[in-house]
Design a protein around this ligand. Structure first.
Ligand code: ZN
Length: 227
């Protein structure tokens, strides 16, 4: 999507990315779960963390699902030259000192089909649905139900180096992560994750109060409400 005409409003966009990014400690570093929609907002999140915790040694990035506001900020979090070799087994990717990118099976196919093939038309309609062309200022901006607004900036995509194909448990630098695949729910390729060490369950957008993707005015794929 081209947000070039919105650069002048970037400072408001940066302040209102509606997606979530979670950073979880491993033995000697961090895993990042979801990376926001734009490089600029994701970079701000990393800088905020580094202000409090020092330089982040990122071991792996996990994409919860194939929607652009969960992977578009990847190049604000890591340098694409630091991505692990996808031909290696996962433990060797992590031991190589590079960053493993982990996603549910089918992620890349669905990221392309929903956001690239129909992305231009859907992006245009989303402007009407979300009111993104309306300028924000210090006293007001448009809320869009699921959050305070869509981020405006540059979008990136780095392909996964490891596909989660079963409800497997992995270990990244001492941090155990249990995956639960949830295909054809809020997105065609999506997964939950449980971190036993912290008793923390990550549900991404399988758990929101808005049912924002069952049927959308912008024409995203219709989801199975029962699922
Ligand atoms: Zn989503």
């Amino acid at each position: 999507m081209n947000f070039a005409n919105r650069k002048d409003d970037l400072r408001y966009g940066q302040a209102r990315d509606f997606s979530r990014e979670q950073l979880t400690r491993t033995n000697s570093g961090w895993v990042v779960f979801d990376v926001l929609m734009c490089k600029e907002t994701a970079r701000q999140a990393v800088e905020l963390m580094e202000k409090h915790f020092g330089k982040l040694d990122i071991k792996a990035v996990l994409y919860s699902h194939s929607h652009i506001d969960h992977y578009g900020g990847i190049e604000g979090v890591i340098d694409k030259n630091s991505v692990a070799d996808k031909n290696l087994p996962l433990n060797e990717q992590i031991n190589s000192g590079k960053v493993a990118i982990i996603a549910p099976e089918g992620f890349l196919q669905h990221a392309a089909s929903e956001n690239i093939y129909v992305g231009v038309a859907m992006g245009r309609r989303a402007q009407y649905q979300y009111g993104t062309p309306l300028a924000g200022n210090d006293t007001g901006s448009m809320s869009i139900g699921i959050g305070l607004g869509q981020a405006q900036g540059s979008i990136s995509l780095v392909a996964p180096t490891y596909d989660v194909k079963t409800n497997e448990t992995i270990n990244i630098d001492g941090l155990e992560i249990q995956f639960q695949l949830t295909p054809n729910t809020e997105a065609p390729a999506e997964m939950n994750a449980y971190f036993p060490k912290y008793h923390a369950l990550w549900l991404a957008e399988n758990c929101t109060g808005t049912m924002h993707n069952l049927y959308t005015l912008r024409g995203a794929e219709v989801r199975d409400a029962a699922a």
